[in-house]
Design a protein around this ligand. Structure first.
Ligand code: SAM
Length: 207
């Protein structure tokens, strides 16, 4: 059985995609990934399959193709942070995976803010709830939150505001690395009605 190549494609712009990953992606017969990630590659004759809500089917297709094809799975940002890597390791075994890291949206955002992230706590609200969000933020100096269209920056700010956390600075990074990138800063009270791109990351910093 061939190896499965797991490629971290960075925050989205080709400028933040490593040459090593482009080289590996070019050698794949089949690339699997979200729409945004697949759009980064256009190699002639290469097959692409989009990840939607079809994960079981995709796992079966990968298993079938691995006998004679090279398959690449594209994940956004870095492979090691809230990615499909654990699922792929369960399905195929860690020894079958060849993993190439990418630049996480978290790394990118902290760099834009001129802040370190070794001292940040990182959580995901992407498809999951975090009931003790306000308590965590209250107890932490720096927090990064992956969001989704349901758990929006405005909802985060509302939960902070209602919990009486009014003095922490909130930064919302939208469409990071793309030409329409935008970073908005404010206190929870300023951002209760924030309405922006679905693709965003929230950083909360300070007292
Ligand atoms: C499933 S997580 C994947 C995280 C990824 N492994 C990483 O290292 O960045 C997807 C979330 O990452 C954030 N994200 C990814 N790319 C982004 C970008 N270009 N701009 C803003 N947020 C981004 C959003 O919060 C999105 O909902």
């Amino acid at each position: 059985m061939n190896k499965v190549f797991v490629l971290g494609v960075g925050p989205g712009s080709p400028d933040y995609l490593s040459p090593a990953i482009v080289e590996q992606a070019a050698k794949c017969d089949l690339l699997i990934g979200g729409k945004r990630n697949l759009e980064l590659f256009n190699f002639p004759g290469q097959e692409k399959l989009e990840i939607k809500k079809n994960l079981n089917l995709l796992m079966a297709i990968i298993k079938d193709r691995l006998t004679d094809q090279k398959v690449g799975i594209l994940v956004s940002g870095d492979t090691g942070i809230y990615s499909m890597l654990p699922l792929l390791a369960r399905e195929f075994g860690r020894q079958t995976l060849v993993v190439y890291p990418g630049i996480s949206a978290v790394q990118y955002m902290f760099a834009r803010l001129g802040l370190t992230w070794h001292d940040a706590r990182i959580f995901s609200l992407h498809g999951r709830e975090l009931d003790d969000l306000a308590a965590i933020i209250s107890a932490s100096e720096k927090v990064a939150l992956f969001t989704d269209p349901k758990n929006t920056p405005a909802l985060v700010c509302r939960r902070l505001f209602e919990a009486g956390i009014k003095g922490k600075k909130v930064y919302i990074g939208e469409n990071l690395s793309y030409p329409n990138e935008k970073i908005t800063a404010g206190y929870p009270a300023d951002l209760l009605d924030f309405n922006g791109s679905d693709l965003n990351l929230v950083v909360i910093n300070g007292e």
